[in-house]
Write a new protein. Structure first.
Length: 460
């Protein structure tokens, strides 16, 4: 990474003492979706060691009293642009392609490692404070190393990489790199990330979308996915205008047909959006290692439409959820996305079609499966990573009858205001609603400085 100013007040990660989360109501979000009142969780060495009522604390154990609170798996955002956090409010009133060409690409082209670092750290802070513990980030071109460094510093669990592009109408020159150079740079950074000892970060191949990647780049990506075992995370079938442009460019092939022809479907493929998926696509995709990440707020704000989550799930395809980015959503609160996802499916399929439990699964157990982490996170089970969020029920919106299904209560009523504690790998990153590892005031100051400098470079 180039020389740059980095956070001075990031608390170092240390091997913490065992921690007992005492007395909360646990929503496991595992296969049984158990609700366990007055239950303890013992966390040690980054994992859940014991769940019970009560659990005897070992000698020297820290105790966090969460009596009266709800304890859930840490929330997972399967598609996010932390590198766009600076662009909040700068690309309003546009549909997807104009949004990219007129605003987002020129702004992204002005990033460097330092601006990307503080931009992503600002986004990471927002994610943590609203209960997110894992992100799958689409990355950046310029500034990708800074972005990855910020995710690493934040304490989030993450999957990320360079945003791969080598062509595209209206794209600034420094975003559309030479194909061989783009592939070489992603290999170099990916191997560097794989060498980060003790990191919670894994590497991804992030081709932006079909319209910004040549056939040669897609073939190179397919080869790297096979050689390195890196998943592929891309945008696809987001908006009708985009899908029609793909068919014009690819001689009548739509996105799924193109991915099939190029062998991309043989990889671990994760697409963001999927608004334009049809029944014929789902039949073809159900046998593949394929998932969809639903981004309801972004799809509404850009006028893209509503993904048929009920239909996609019925085909056996796992679905995750994400806020997408501050430039097309304006906030990164995944609990807001959970609520909106459920409401939108009920509009299309009826009020009994999508329960609070099903909506919460998009951000927990099913969301983990959608990004390849189902064996590690997404549910509260002994042996899984100690990624948790604790919600305070002293909020007026969470007062309800004792007979209410707590999954419904959380899915339809909780928000970032409910988040009290957040843990990743057993490390308490948010305590009583305040960041512990990160200094929010420093982040805000440096982010403000870097944003002004970026806008000058972009001539905005």
């Amino acid at each position: 990474m180039q020389s740059m100013k980095v956070a001075s007040a990031v608390a170092p990660a240390t091997r913490a003492r065992p921690l007992l989360i005492r007395g909360g109501t646990v929503l496991t979000l595992d296969e049984r979706a158990s609700v366990m009142p007055d239950t303890d969780l013992l966390l040690a060495e980054g994992r859940i060691q014991e769940i019970g009522s009560p659990v005897a604390p070992p000698v020297g154990c820290q105790i966090l009293d969460v009596d009266g609170c709800l304890v859930l798996p840490g929330l997972i955002q399967g598609h996010i642009h932390l590198g766009q956090t600076f662009f909040r409010g700068l690309a309003e009133g546009r549909t997807l392609l104009a949004w990219l060409q007129e605003r987002i690409w020129p702004l992204e082209a002005a990033h460097d490692d330092e601006s990307a670092y503080w931009c992503a750290l600002l986004g990471a802070a927002e994610c943590l404070l609203s209960g997110t513990t894992t992100v799958q980030d689409i990355g950046l071109g310029p500034g990708a190393r800074g972005l990855l460094s910020a995710i690493r510093q934040s304490g989030l669990r993450g999957l990320a990489g360079i945003c791969l592009m080598d062509c595209g109408e209206g794209m600034p020159a420094n975003l559309a790199g030479d194909t061989d150079t783009v592939l070489a740079e992603t290999v170099s950074l990916g191997e560097e990330v794989e060498g980060w000892t003790g990191s919670r970060i894994a590497y991804l191949l992030n081709p932006r979308f079909i319209l910004s990647c040549s056939d040669e780049l897609w073939h190179g990506i397919r080869q790297l996915a096979s050689e390195k075992g890196w998943p592929i995370h891309t945008h696809a079938l987001e908006q009708k205008e985009e899908s029609l442009a793909v068919m014009r460019l690819k001689g009548g092939l739509d996105e799924i047909a193109f991915f099939d022809e190029t062998g991309i479907l043989d990889s671990d493929l994760r697409i963001a959006h999927g608004v334009q998926l049809e029944a014929r696509h789902l039949q073809r995709l159900s046998a593949e290692t394929f998932s969809v990440v639903h981004c309801p707020s972004a799809n509404l704000k850009l006028g893209s439409g509503i993904a048929d989550v009920v239909g996609i799930r019925a085909a056996g395809i796992p679905v995750g959820i994400g806020a997408d980015g501050a430039a097309c959503n304006n906030d990164l609160d995944v609990l807001e996305e959970v609520r909106l996802a459920a409401l939108l499916q009920q509009v299309g399929h009826g009020p009994a079609s999508f329960s609070g439990l099903e909506a919460l699964r998009l951000a927990t157990s099913e969301g983990a499966a959608a990004i390849g982490l189902g064996d590690h996170v997404g549910s509260l089970e002994v042996g899984k990573a100690a990624d948790l969020v604790v919600l305070g029920t002293d909020r007026p919106e969470l007062l309800a009858a004792s007979t209410v299904d707590l999954h419904d209560l959380v899915a339809f009523g909780a928000s970032r205001a409910s988040v009290r504690h957040v843990l990743v790998n057993g490390e308490l990153l948010v305590e009583d609603g305040r960041l512990t590892r990160l200094n929010l005031e420093e982040i805000r100051q440096e982010a403000s400085r870097c944003l002004e400098e970026l806008l000058q470079r972009a001539r905005f």
